[in-house]
Design a binder for this molecule. Structure first.
Ligand code: BES
Ligand code: MN
Ligand code: MN
Length: 462
């Protein structure tokens, strides 16, 4: 595959421009105001797959946004790679913090990306990373180097919990039959040190509502005499962690898979600078569960975080008021063996039980999913490692990530195949934040590395 490097060099401007066109469509799945754009993006993805060389493409209707399916079957006796990605993106707000509009992609340089990065919502998560696979297919088809069968399944609801994808996978087991699932929707350590994600955390996401008096009250006339839902909510939330930052929900840790000392020592070998980490975030110190280091706290340990909290008066100036209601959105990141539905129940039971008389509490579950870990001795992992080693000049390091792609555990359960997470993003790419970007280096390197995965996967499967 000497060719791939020169093919990428020759076509890189077009590759970048095609991605920019895709990024211009605001496919925000969380907000119905964008629903036509989400559908338009699906169609653009479909067209790109047929142009890249799929023999068959289909818009699969679901109860929600469509799933784009594409395939090129060259020989039923050869292995089949199933590529998964998502064409939906996170909402872009807060808009005022973007240095250029989120859906008007521009290339700018940064300290980490001296060769430039594309700034736009979805640049890294996941349009840019998904599109690397489309261009890798184009290369393999154009140059007669596709060594096996390939199927694509690109969905539009990943950022809102993948409900329709679960529905689709259950109903299309035969169609989706494969030997390995390949996903680029994660990150790597740095542009000098590739890594392969071997674990994802699970998730339980809930919303809570605390109700006190039947109406907003004058905070002078009633203050001190009735429960203030905002004070109470703050107190209840604070009580969910103890002085060691352990989570206090009874039973929360019961099923947590503890790592052996050897496994933790292995993890500690991954390059990491606490100083750089703190500097990048402008914080004086890190914070978290006692007994664990930063790289453990954000990957192998479960967490509980408030994602949003509101209630009462937040407008200009001061208003003296005790609100009738207070709200919060809370996410719990889970680790292997914790069952997300069980954790949601434990949370609900505990949170309701700690409410003092004088308020009522309502807990509404949003979505969730199971965590995932994958072994490093599989053919898929070995193939990915060989591919990275060839394009980066150094072997990849296995790393467990703190993020979640809940559908991966479902793939294993329903389709009985392992997922290989070949991510090319960086933590500094600001996914879900203002000024999300994806390095040009990373985008092109991804396109270069993916065909090698196919090559080595087929070789090792023989
Ligand atoms: N691509 C991310 C997940 C991710 C990013 C994993 C980087 C590892 C490294 C995905 O799009 C995402 O944002 N997932 C959500 C969960 C989903 C149910 C909304 C998440 O992790 O918050
Ligand atoms: Mn993603
Ligand atoms: Mn995301």
């Amino acid at each position: 595959m000497e060719n791939i490097k020169s093919y990428v060099q020759q076509h890189k401007d077009r590759f970048i421009n095609e991605l920019i066109e895709l990024l211009k469509i605001p496919s925000v799945s969380a907000d119905t105001a964008y629903s036509q754009d989400v559908i338009d993006t699906a169609e653009a993805v479909k067209e790109s797959l047929s142009k890249a060389g799929c023999d068959y493409v289909e818009t699969c209707d679901t109860p929600g946004y469509p799933i784009i399916y594409g395939e090129k079957i060259i020989d039923p006796n050869l292995p089949t790679v199933l590529v998964y990605g998502h064409y939906d993106v996170q909402p872009p707000d807060p808009l005022e913090l973007w240095t250029s509009p989120p859906f008007e992609p521009v290339i700018k340089t940064t300290d980490i990306h001296p060769e430039g990065a594309i700034f736009a919502r979805g640049a890294c998560d996941d349009k840019g990373q998904m599109y690397m696979h489309v261009k890798a297919l184009e290369y393999m088809v154009q140059n007669n180097e596709l060594p096996c069968n390939v199927k694509f399944m690109i969905e539009g609801e990943e950022e809102v919990g993948s409900a329709s994808l679960a529905w689709f996978v259950e109903r299309n087991q035969e169609k989706l039959k494969n030997d390995v699932i390949l996903i680029s929707d994660t990150g790597m350590i740095s542009n000098q040190q590739p890594s392969i994600t071997t674990g994802l955390r699970g998730l339980s996401y809930v919303e809570v509502e605390v109700t006190g008096p039947n109406r907003d009250l004058h905070s002078g006339l009633y203050g001190g005499a009735v429960a203030n839902p905002i004070n109470i909510l703050a107190k209840m939330i604070a009580s969910l962690h103890d002085e060691n930052n352990h989570i206090t929900i009874p039973g929360f840790y019961d099923k947590v898979q503890e790592l052996s000392a050897e496994e933790r020592a292995e993890m500690a070998k991954a390059p990491f600078s606490l100083e750089k980490y703190k500097n990048a975030l402008n914080i004086a110190d890190v914070y978290g569960e006692k007994g664990y280091v930063t790289n453990e706290r954000n990957s192998i340990r479960p967490t509980l975080d408030v994602n949003g909290i509101w209630g009462g008066y937040t407008g200009e100036g001061a208003k003296t008021v005790i609100a009738s209601k207070a709200f919060a959105k809370i996410s719990m990141r889970l680790v292997p063996n914790q069952e997300w539905e069980e954790i949601t129940e434990l949370f609900t039971k505990h949170f309701t039980s700690i409410a003092p008389a004088g308020v009522t509490v309502k807990v509404t579950p949003h979505h969730g999913g199971q965590g995932y870990v994958t072994p490093i001795d599989s053919i898929g992992y070995q193939a990915a490692n060989k591919a990275y080693t060839e394009t980066f000049g150094v072997p990849a390091i296995p790393v467990r990530s703190g993020g979640s792609i809940p559908i991966v555990a479902l793939f294993e359960k329903e389709l009985k195949s392992k997922t290989i997470l070949m991510g090319f993003g960086l933590d500094s790419d600001a996914i879900h934040s203002p000024n999300e970007h994806f390095g040009i280096f990373n985008y092109l390197k991804g396109i270069e590395t993916i065909p090698l995965f196919y090559k080595y996967f087929v070789e090792l499967s023989k």
